[in-house]
Design a protein around this ligand. Sequence first.
Ligand SMILES: Cc1cc2nc3c(=O)[nH]c(=O)nc-3n(C[C@H](O)[C@H](O)[C@H](O)COP(=O)(O)OP(=O)(O)OC[C@H]3O[C@@H](n4cnc5c(N)ncnc54)[C@H](O)[C@@H]3O)c2cc1C
Length: 388
Amino acid sequence: MSTEAEYDCIVIGAGVQGSFTAYQLAKRNKRTLLLEQFVLPHTRGSSHGQTRIIRRAYDQDYYTHMMEESYEMWAQLEKEANVKLYRQTGLLVMGPENSESYQMFKTTLQRNKVPMVVLTRDTFSQHIPHVTLADGDGALVDITAGVLYADRALKTVQGQFQKLCGVIREKEKVTDIKPGPVVTVSTSAGVYRAKSLVITAGPWANRLLAHTGLQLPLKVVKINVCYWKEKVPGSYHIKQRFPCFIQTEGEESKQHIYGLPSNEYPGLMKVCYHIGGETDPDQRDAQTDRSDIDILQRYVARCLPGLVPEPAVVESCMYTLTPDSHFVLDCHPDFSNIVIGAGFSGHGFKFGPLIGKLLCELSLGEVPSYDLSPFRIKRFQAKTKSAL
Ligand SMILES: Cc1cc2nc3c(=O)[nH]c(=O)nc-3n(C[C@H](O)[C@H](O)[C@H](O)COP(=O)(O)OP(=O)(O)OC[C@H]3O[C@@H](n4cnc5c(N)ncnc54)[C@H](O)[C@@H]3O)c2cc1C
């Protein structure tokens, strides 16, 4: 056991959210410790893999607003570290023309003056070859969207944090938290103390929160990350300017289906279903539900005729879902120096730099730069009370 060391802030979890929070704290000259249970990089949480979609297209204005600054912060990091983290591809949004979700995407983009194009059936086939638009579906493109190089982004932000004298301790699982004006954190290898603590433990959030007497209504699901082979190599390739896409709902399902152009595995396009079977994060691979893959096979066969409708590679990742799919960004209800970033519900990566800034502000006791009411813990308590 190492002796007790004291920091301004300890951050638990070196996924995208914890890494950006630690980086923001170090930028503010705070002595910061980032604790991670696994050896880095690892593939057992939610932030691994080479790519994520970045977009302004949302069905809620506040996410579109937050993306404005988030894009700027991604560009700033690229410049600072001299590395490419983003590639613009556009995002094709398809869904039943008259459905609420498709219309909400459309009106949010229009209201916020995001550069976009609405495609008619004729222009669709000219601009988007190799995709079949379902009868009754509308289609639009968020031109500002693209792909984030996720693994590279994580490595970059962790590297920048270390350059600012931030300390990362990997392979140190947090085993206990003692709240107080100075928080004490015990790990498999040592004991550390800090004025404030940020918990960004992804699917393990409730395990950590149990030490503080709090449980959030979080559900952890395993996502089958499916890659599909191009019949003609290159037809869906990022260099052919094939866009990312979201199918809001359709014949196959009420949930989103989304895809990214082929990039990480030559000739394979990533197409996934936005939901999966519930799992214990330490037993992820024991969850073998493949009903999402059945849905995807039918979708690929119908709408992406240039792909072989059988996944060539299936990888795993986890979502941590809240009941309303909105994040948790808040202070602990009983301990104001414990800050929680959790429940990113399968859409948090693109916000990483901004979430880091917001969690940093909360941990320094500052007024956050955005109205965080959609992300407060008390929204769950209010629902519980009214349900009684
Ligand atoms: C298949 C898939 C596709 C996605 N696509 C997109 C997308 O296109 N666009 C987008 O914006 N978002 C996307 N997301 C969502 C996004 O990736 C997540 O919201 C984000 O990665 C969550 O990051 P996190 O830091 O909260 O969690 P994690 O990455 O899971 O990090 C938590 C970390 O905490 C560590 N930890 C936990 N317990 C302890 C402990 N006791 N001691 C020490 N360390 C601990 C874990 O090991 C882990 O490293 C996708 C997610 C998945 C799974």
